[in-house]
Design a protein around this ligand. Structure first.
Ligand code: GRF
Length: 212
């Protein structure tokens, strides 16, 4: 199965996906920022790595249309957002409906948006974590594929909590992508995602505790 990965920065999730040696072809890594460290990670593995600088476009739609054109040259079955820090236009999301995945650093539907770790600490939650979900036009809202829970410690800062959540991200994102590639993910009409197991029955996805 062919994948295209979109990034904006250091690319630690991209690295986790590459290190997992999944039976998929990462056809290209594309960044909206030319200086994204993740581009070098991809190049080091011989994967086409391109930048499409959003600053060259005044309209979001124009940029997203140009991005679609570049992505579709590779004909991916799945587009993976791995720290891609741009709001997507509805038309972009609809173009890749059902084959656009994201990882978000909170247990959705809690804490969509930015600064999730600081907001989780401010709210006093005892469990935080991360979520892999399919992308829909509503920000950080699509069908949930897989979550990892991370216990919050009394002395956590946003930095220490982020580090443990990031480690959990690196565990669950490759797993979710593998399930997609194995065609085991079943998105129900009500938006819940079930996993087809080896015997053909279905089970709801749930991971309890930090997988670190
Ligand atoms: C991760 O925390 C991810 O959940 C969020 O952006 C961060 C990207 O980190 N969407 P990296 O570039 O994968 O290291």
């Amino acid at each position: 199965m062919k994948l295209v990965v979109l990034i904006s920065g250091r690319g630690s999730n991209l690295k986790a996906i590459l290190d997992a040696r999944l039976p998929v072809e990462i056809a290209a890594v594309i960044s909206n920022r030319p200086d994204a460290g993740g581009l070098d990670l991809a190049r080091a593995q011989g994967i086409p790595a391109l930048a499409l600088d959003h600053k060259q476009y005044t309209q979001r739609e124009d940029f997203d249309n140009a991005l679609i054109e570049v992505i579709d040259r590779y004909q991916p079955e799945l587009v993976v957002l791995a720290g891609y820090l741009r709001i997507l236009s509805d038309s972009f999301v609809m173009h890749y409906a059902g084959r656009l995945m994201n990882i978000h650093p909170s247990l959705l539907p809690s804490f969509p948006g930015l600064d999730t770790h600081a907001r989780a600490l401010a709210a006093g939650v005892k469990i935080h974590g991360c979520t892999v979900h399919f992308v829909t036009p509503t920000l950080d809202h699509g069908p949930i594929v897989l979550q990892a829970a991370v216990a919050v410690r009394a002395d956590d800062t946003p930095v220490t909590l982020a580090a443990r959540v990031l480690a959990a991200e690196h565990c669950i994102y490759p797993k979710a992508i593998a399930w997609f590639a194995e065609r085991r993910l079943l998105v129900q009409s009500d938006g819940r995602v079930n996993l087809r197991d080896d015997s053909g029955s279905e089970q709801t996805l749930f991971i309890s505790g930090s997988p670190s």
